[in-house]
Design a protein around this ligand. Structure first.
Ligand code: SAM
Length: 288
């Protein structure tokens, strides 16, 4: 086993040797806790068959551990100053492919095709928090075969992804994520596990992709538009939030009729509906 990049002493040595200043705009909070790295690898159940895609490798702290456990690692980093550091730190790991690009602009499927990767990938990352949701939802909506995602996010966001109806954390993100995956918080990670320390607590969330979608919905777009409308006006009844939504064109009577068919109260708020009920509402309203 090689010396760990993520130890506090080694991280400081690398940062000083390269005169590296953190760029706030890129959400740079490097992991300096070896137990957390271990937890991520164990939660993702990374084995010698796996192809991992890492978003934002930083100086390679997590990349190194992934490379030692997986078949291949594709690491995508936006900050050009980190590329020579990564090349040097990961020189002993021929199974790492470094890509210097904004992950949000990368055609990942094209890259996977170019590398002849056919099996579902595992996405692993200590995410830059300013783009957590676009990264996760972008990956799901891309249709790229995913075995799972194991990602460090703000604690509050992890709670939202895992929440169900009745919880104050339940919202559009909970439903969007749970449509694609089973969400489970694998670890809470305190601020002192990072350099520099972030302002908020973090958590590792394990998103294990569903083999079959948990609900049958004929029009996904409509279901997500209903969810967006329901939580955009959280304190209103579903009838009002859906019929007032500028993105939807349903009359109050249509929404009431759909609710009646599902034996739900006219007074119900969106925050009380399960994913299955949103899917059923979408199916009813589509017919309408
Ligand atoms: N993986 C490293 C670790 O755990 O120590 C670094 C994690 S740090 C929270 C986030 C990393 O994502 C930084 O290296 C940052 O430069 C990179 N990053 C930020 N925005 C990005 C983007 N749009 N595409 C790719 N990488 C990005």
């Amino acid at each position: 086993m090689q010396e760990r990049i993520a130890s506090p002493a080694k991280t400081i040595e690398i940062l000083q040797a390269n005169d590296f200043q953190f760029a706030k705009k890129f959400g740079q909070n490097f992991l300096i806790d070896l137990h957390v790295l271990d937890k991520i690898v164990r939660s993702a159940q990374i084995g010698p068959e796996d192809v991992c895609v890492e978003i934002g490798p930083g100086i390679g702290s997590l990349t190194q551990v992934l490379a030692e456990n997986a078949d291949q690692v594709i690491a995508v980093e936006i900050d050009g100053r980190l590329i020579p550091i990564l090349e040097k730190n990961l020189a002993d790991y021929p199974n790492v492919t470094l890509i210097h690009q904004d992950f949000l602009k990368l055609d990942l499927q094209a890259k996977l095709d170019e590398m002849n990767v056919t099996r579902p990938i595992k996405v692993i990352a200590n995410l830059p928090y300013y783009i957590t949701t676009p990264i996760i939802m972008g990956l799901y909506e891309s249709g790229i075969p995913l075995a799972g995602m194991t990602v460090m996010v703000q604690e509050e966001v992890a709670r939202r992804m895992q929440a169900g109806p009745g919880s104050k954390d339940y919202g559009a993100l909970s439903l969007a994520v749970q449509y694609y995956a089973e969400a489970k918080i694998a670890a809470f990670v305190p601020q002192n596990c990072f350099m520099p320390r972030p302002n908020v607590g973090s958590a590792v969330i394990q998103l294990t992709s569903h083999v079959d979608k948990p609900v049958k919905v004929n029009n996904e777009k409509l279901m997500f538009a209903l969810i967006k409308a329901a939580f955009g006006q959280r304190r209103k009844t579903l009838v009002n939030s859906v019929s007032n939504s500028p993105e939807l064109s349903f009359e109050k009577a249509q929404v009431i009729a759909a609710l009646q068919k599902l034996q739900l109260s006219e007074q119900i708020r969106g925050e009380a509906l399960t994913l299955a009920q949103f899917a059923a509402m979408a199916n009813e309203l589509e017919e309408a």
